[in-house]
Design a protein around this ligand. Structure first.
Ligand code: HEC
Length: 133
């Protein structure tokens, strides 16, 4: 009886550890609850470099959606719009850049190509585009 109980509790402890371990690995991605790093002049400048390299081709140098890319799909989004179709908060913009826009992914996922830190920098830069006329 006692012996049996011990075995059960041991395996549930292992199970719990497994779940915690999995949760730990998950949190290396950025969970929705993570608070974004604050925008600084340096992060905006870094974001602009990443934007010019990876995004301007489609979204245009000023984010107006008038770049050359995306001919086969929908027009690249105008990132200066006050309201973005896929969400206007920093977190939502972060997710769009990281995960792309389903189901066709004309807006491709940048995970693996741009680090989370640089995606946040781009989010900060994209926000500065919005206030321009
Ligand atoms: C190959 C062309 C292409 C490239 C490169 C590209 N995008 Fe996009 N992007 C699109 C298209 C097309 C959409 C609209 C997708 C849709 O609505 O289905 C879009 C949508 C978005 C949206 C959502 C806008 C909204 O209205 O909700 C954001 C934000 C965005 N892109 C940011 C970026 C950033 C930042 C980069 C660079 C890291 C980037 N994109 C690179 C084509 C591109």
């Amino acid at each position: 009886m006692l012996h049996h109980w011990k075995r059960v509790s041991l395996s549930s402890a292992v199970f719990t550890l497994g779940v915690l371990g999995y949760g730990g690995a998950q949190s290396q991605g950025v969970p929705a609850s993570a608070s974004p790093p604050a925008a600084t002049p340096a992060s905006v400048a870094a974001g602009q470099r990443t934007y010019d390299q990876f995004c301007a081709g489609c979204h245009g140098p000023a984010g107006k959606g008038n770049g050359h890319g995306g001919e086969s799909g929908p027009k690249p989004a105008d990132l200066t719009a006050e309201k973005l179709a896929h969400g206007s908060t920093d977190q939502e913009i972060f997710k769009v850049i990281k995960n792309g826009v389903p189901p066709n992914y004309y807006m491709v996922p940048w995970e693996g190509q741009i680090s989370d830190e640089d995606i946040w920098n781009v989010v900060h830069y994209v926000r500065t585009l919005r206030s321009k006329p």
